[in-house]
Design a protein around this ligand. Structure first.
Ligand SMILES: [Zn+2]
Length: 244
């Protein structure tokens, strides 16, 4: 589908990434990390090109308020000058509310019914708190660092925050993909609702240890160079699932 100027609806991938980077990977107004690409000025029907400087990320809620005329375009333009995510330093969104004890697939390891699925250097890397009352969800928290040891994504009581200092954060369907550079994926985290999170890809340095996940393999390289590979491992009903 094209507009009157022959411009296709489809936005090239490199342009989308530029828009994400300019907007801090989330809605320019409210900072939510599930987003749509909006031609702000000119609107799509009058646009001759997909110009990243004239486009913005909006979450479906804010986008709808603008397209229905509840909010003005000038509100979006104002937010584009000072995007919410760049102001606070992260984009954010909630995972599904975990009514059952959430499970974590971490490369080749399935961790379920563990209070601390992964512990590194005596500290919980991933932890799960029981519901605070009847009908309340389990609360999942965790931290991910990139291959240089910089924190890129934290999960605090089921809310994820992706820091804007990353090169690229892309949310497509249930997957959050974080890249350190061109073709350099550091994390693919997939929500598998209602009760599972899956680390499909990972390249993480933490406490001198290298954690690499790819599909059904988790490789942990210790500071002394010793490698441990984990495939099809299950930790069920332990206080601590894995400790390094
Ligand atoms: Zn929004």
């Amino acid at each position: 589908m094209c507009n009157a100027f022959g411009l296709k609806r489809e936005i090239p991938a490199a342009t989308k990434r530029l828009i994400r980077q300019r907007c801090g990977f989330g809605c320019v107004i409210c900072g939510l990390g599930i987003v749509q690409y909006e031609h702000v000025d000119p609107e799509f029907k009058n646009a001759k090109e997909h110009d990243p400087e004239a486009m913005a990320l909006l979450c479906p809620g804010c986008h709808n308020k603008v397209t229905t005329g509840m909010w003005s375009k000038s509100r979006v333009k104002l937010a584009m000058r000072n995007p919410k995510c760049l102001e606070v330093g992260y984009s954010r969104e909630f995972f599904d509310s975990f009514q059952n004890h959430p499970a974590l697939r971490f490369g080749g390891v399935l961790l379920k019914n563990c209070q601390t699925p992964i512990q590194v250097g005596g500290y919980p890397l991933i932890s799960i708190k029981p519901p605070e009352g009847p009908g309340a969800p389990f609360l999942f928290s965790g931290t991910f660092t990139d291959s240089k040891g910089e924190v890129t994504l934290v999960i605090e009581d089921n809310e994820w925050k992706a820091y804007t200092r990353s090169w690229d954060v892309q949310v497509l369907g249930p997957r959050i993909t974080i890249r350190e550079g061109h073709r350099k994926i550091h994390l693919v985290l997939k929500a598998n609702p209602p009760d599972e999170l899956v680390v499909e890809r990972l390249s993480m340095l933490l406490a001198g240890m290298k954690f690499e996940a790819n599909g059904d393999l988790l490789r942990v390289t210790m500071p002394n160079g010793v490698q441990n590979d984990f495939t099809y491992c299950v930790a069920d009903n332990c206080q601590v699932g894995m400790a390094f």
